[in-house]
Design a protein around this ligand. Structure first.
Ligand SMILES: Nc1nc2c(ncn2[C@@H]2O[C@H](COP(=O)(O)OP(=O)(O)OP(=O)(O)O)[C@@H](O)[C@H]2O)c(=O)[nH]1
Length: 611
C-alpha cells in the first residue's frame, strides 16, 4: 500500500477497489471503510478546496471526489437500494408480481379522497361507507381500520373499490415519502359553493406527481349558491378538463350530505380506472403490500392495517413490515369479521406483529419466522445507525475542523414557540443572499425555551442563539452571560431577518476599490548611483504619498502599473506627502524608464462600503 502525504498527513491509499457508502455518509463513515483517520480525510478535501467536517453528511459528488483522490471507486447506495440488496440476500424481490401475464388477475382500484378543508372529504367517505355495504353484511362497516372496500356495479357486473379511510393529502404524501404508492385513483372533492381553494390545488399537484388519475367530486350541490359549472371552469386551469368540455377528466356533481349521485361517483371511479389503468396483480404468490395504519392496542398488542398489493395474505404467514415482524395470528376486516385470506387491494387489520410499523412501510410475507426476524433486525440496525449518524452530526460542532473556522460563517441556533415559525424563520434566513464567501449555518433548531443545552451547543459551535417568542430559562441566561453567548430575542420575523442579514454582511470579506490620491508631472529626470532614477515632479492635483502605489502614463497611455513610490523628497528632506502645487523628487522602486512630461498617478485601495 502506498502512503502518500497530503498536507503532511500520511494516508492509506487504495488501489482501485470499490467501497460502498450509504447516501449522505460522512467522512467518518468513509474513513471507517478504509481504516483511515477521519481528520486526514478532512485535510485531503481541504486541499481539494472543499471544507467539510468529519461528521457532516456530504454530497455524492464529494464522496466520489474523495474516492478518486484516494484511489477508490465510490458507490453511493440509496436506502432503497440498500433494502433491495438486503432482501436479495434472502432471495426476495419486493414490488413485482411473480409469474407471467396469465397469472395476473384484475384487482379493485384503491382510492384516496383529497381536497380543501371542509369541502366534505370525511362526509363523503362516511356516506359511501354507509350506502355501500357488502350484500348480507348486517352490521355494515363498523370498524375504522384505515381503509374499507365497497361493492358496487358497473354495466351489470359486481365490482369492488377500496377506499383509504384517511382523507387529505398528508397521509397520502407521508406514504409516498416512504416510497409507498398505495393509491391508484385520487378523488378530488371541491365544494360547489366555495370553489377551488389552495388545498384543492395542492391535492391536484400531489395526485399528478403520483401519476394517479383524478376524478372530481363536485360536492354540496344541495347548497344554495352551489355553482358546479364554475368549478369545471376553474379546474381547466389545472389541466382538469371535464369530459363534457372535450377533456378526459370525469366530474360528478354530488351531495355527500344527502347521498346524491354517490353511485355515479363510484361508476366514474371504475370507468376512469378501466380507461387509464391496468389494475392487475398475481394473487398466487406470497403477499406484499403496504402498511396504511398501525397502533398499539392495549389488549391485542401491535395492530397494523395493511393493504395487500399483490399475492394473498393468510393467517399463519410469517410477515415483516418495515422493521416490525411477526406471524399473522388473526386478520380482521372493516366489518369486524375474521378474514383467512386477503387478496390484492384488500385492506385487513393484522394482529401478531411484535412491534408497530409505520404508515407507509412496505410489508411482505417470507417463508420462515427466522427470515422475517433477520430482515427486521437488519432494518432496525440500519435505522439505529442513521439515527446515531444524525446525532453525531448534531454534536459534531465540538470537533469542527480548524480549517472550517477559516471560512466566514454565521452559525445559528433557532428556538421558537412552535415548529411552524421555527421552520419559517429558518427558511427565510436561508434565502438571504450573500456572496459565496460567507455561509449561514443553522446547527440546531427546536420548539420551546432556550435551555442550558442550547447555550452549551452555542459555545461549542460559536453560534448565536435566536429566540422567537421564547426566552432563555433561568440557568440558561446565567450560562449565556458567563460564556458570552449572544442570545437575541424576536417577536417579528422580519426584524430577525434584517439583523441576521446585517450580521452576514459584516462577515463578508471586504471588497476593495481604487481611489485616486493625486497626479504629478515629471519635469526633470536624473540618475543617482545610490537610489537609481529620480523624477523631479510637479504635483498637479491631490497629493503624492510615500508608499502609495503608482502608475505611469505617457501620452495618455499607461506604460507601467503598480509601481511603489519608494522615496519622496521635498528639496533635501524626506517627505511623507507632497500636495498639489508643490515640487518633489521621487523614485518608483527601481523603475528607470522615465521621461519628461510623463504623468505619475497615485492611488490606494480602499475597502468598498456595502450596499
Ligand atoms: N350541505 C352540505 N354540507 C356538506 C356536504 N358535505 C359535507 N358537508 C358539511 O361540510 C362540513 C365539512 O365536511 P367534512 O366532511 O368534515 O369536510 P372535510 O373536507 O373532511 O374537512 P377536514 O376534515 O376539516 O379537512 C360538515 O359540516 C359537513 O356536514 C354536502 O354535500 N352538503
Amino acid at each position: 500500500m502506498q502512503a502518500p502525504s497530503v498536507g503532511g498527513v500520511r494516508l492509506p491509499k487504495g488501489s482501485g477497489e470499490t467501497i460502498r457508502l450509504p447516501r449522505g455518509a460522512s467522512l467518518t463513515d468513509f474513513a471507517d471503510k478504509i481504516n483511515a483517520n477521519p481528520a486526514s480525510l478532512v485535510q485531503v478535501l481541504f486541499h481539494l478546496g472543499e471544507m467539510v467536517t468529519a461528521t457532516q453528511s456530504v454530497s455524492d459528488e464529494i464522496l466520489e471526489l474523495l474516492g478518486t483522490e484516494m484511489n477508490y471507486v465510490v458507490q453511493v447506495v440509496s436506502p432503497e437500494e440498500e433494502d433491495r440488496e438486503l432482501l436479495e440476500t434472502f432471495d426476495i424481490t419486493y414490488g413485482e408480481d411473480a409469474g407471467d401475464e396469465d397469472d395476473l388477475q384484475v384487482r379493485p382500484p384503491v382510492v384516496t379522497v383529497m381536497g380543501h378543508v371542509d369541502h366534505g372529504k370525511t362526509r363523503l367517505l362516511d356516506t359511501i361507507r354507509k350506502a355501500k355495504v357488502h350484500e348480507g353484511e348486517a352490521g355494515g362497516i363498523t370498524q375504522h381500520i384505515g381503509a374499507y372496500q365497497v361493492e358496487t356495479e358497473l354495466e351489470g357486473n359486481p365490482r369492488l373499490i377500496t377506499f383509504i379511510d384517511t382523507p387529505g393529502h398528508e397521509a397520502f404524501t407521508a406514504m409516498r415519502a416512504r416510497g409507498a404508492n398505495a393509491t391508484d385513483i385520487a378523488v378530488i372533492v371541491v365544494a360547489a359553493d366555495d370553489g377551488v381553494m389552495p388545498q384543492t390545488v395542492e391535492a391536484i399537484n400531489h395526485a399528478q406527481a403520483a401519476q394517479a388519475p383524478i376524478v372530481v367530486a363536485v360536492n354540496k350541490i344541495d347548497k344554495e349558491g352551489a355553482n358546479p359549472s364554475k368549478i369545471r371552469q376553474q379546474l381547466t386551469e389545472y389541466g382538469l378538463v371535464a369530459e363534457e368540455y372535450g377533456g378526459d377528466t370525469m366530474f360528478v356533481d354530488i351531495s355527500a350530505k344527502q347521498g346524491i349521485n354517490i353511485d355515479s361517483l363510484l361508476e366514474a371511479i371504475l370507468l376512469t380506472a378501466d380507461a387509464s389503468l391496468d389494475l392487475r396483480a398475481n394473487p398466487d404468490m406470497e403477499a406484499q403490500g403496504v402498511a396504511i395504519e398501525a397502533h398499539l392496542d392495549r389488549g391485542r398488542g401491535p395492530v397494523a392495517t395493511v393493504l395487500v398489493q399483490r399475492g394473498s395474505l393468510r393467517v399463519g404467514s410469517s410477515i415483516v413490515a418495515g422493521d416490525a415482524y411477526g406471524r399473522v395470528r388473526r386478520m380482521v376486516d372493516e366489518h369486524g369479521d375474521d378474514v383467512t385470506v386477503a387478496t390484492p387491494s384488500r385492506p385487513v387489520q393484522v394482529i401478531g406483529l411484535t412491534s408497530v410499523p409505520r404508515a407507509g412501510d412496505s410489508f411482505l410475507v417470507v417463508d420462515e419466522d427466522r427470515v422475517a426476524r433477520q430482515i427486521a433486525e437488519r432494518r432496525q440496525a440500519r435505522t439505529r445507525n442513521a439515527a446515531n449518524a444524525a446525532k453525531r452530526k448534531r454534536v459534531s460542532l465540538e470537533d469542527l475542523d480548524a480549517a472550517l473556522k477559516e471560512t466566514s460563517a454565521l452559525t445559528l441556533i433557532i428556538k421558537g414557540d412552535n415548529s411552524g415559525t421555527v421552520e419559517a424563520l429558518e427558511d427565510a434566513l436561508m434565502k438571504i443572499e450573500v456572496g459565496d464567501d460567507v455561509e449561514l449555518r443553522v446547527i440546531h433548531r427546536g420548539v420551546g425555551g432556550i435551555t442550558e443545552g442550547d447555550i452549551n451547543l452555542a459555545v461549542a459551535g460559536s453560534a448565536i442563539v435566536l429566540g422567537f417568542n421564547v426566552r432563555a430559562e433561568g440557568k440558561a441566561t446565567e450560562l449565556a452571560n458567563r460564556e458570552g453567548v449572544d442570545v437575541r430575542y424576536y417577536t417579528v420575523i422580519y426584524q430577525a431577518i434584517d439583523e441576521i442579514e446585517a450580521a452576514l454582511k459584516g462577515l463578508l470579506k471586504p471588497e476593495y476599490e481604487e481611489v485616486q490620491l493625486g497626479r504629478a508631472e515629471i519635469r526633470d529626470v536624473f540618475k543617482s548611483s545610490k537610489v537609481g532614477t529620480i523624477a523631479g515632479c510637479m504635483v498637479l492635483s491631490g497629493e503624492i504619498r510615500r508608499n502609495a502605489r503608482a502608475r505611469l502614463l505617457r501620452d495618455g497611455k499607461v506604460i507601467a502599473e503598480n509601481l511603489p513610490i519608494s522615496s519622496l523628497k521635498r528639496f533635501k528632506d524626506d517627505a511623507t506627502e507632497v500636495r498639489e502645487g508643490f515640487e518633489c523628487g521621487l523614485t518608483l522602486g527601481n523603475y528607470s524608464d522615465l521621461k519628461l512630461e510623463d504623468i505619475i498617478e497615485t492611488f490606494e485601495m480602499r475597502e468598498k462600503p456595502r450596499a
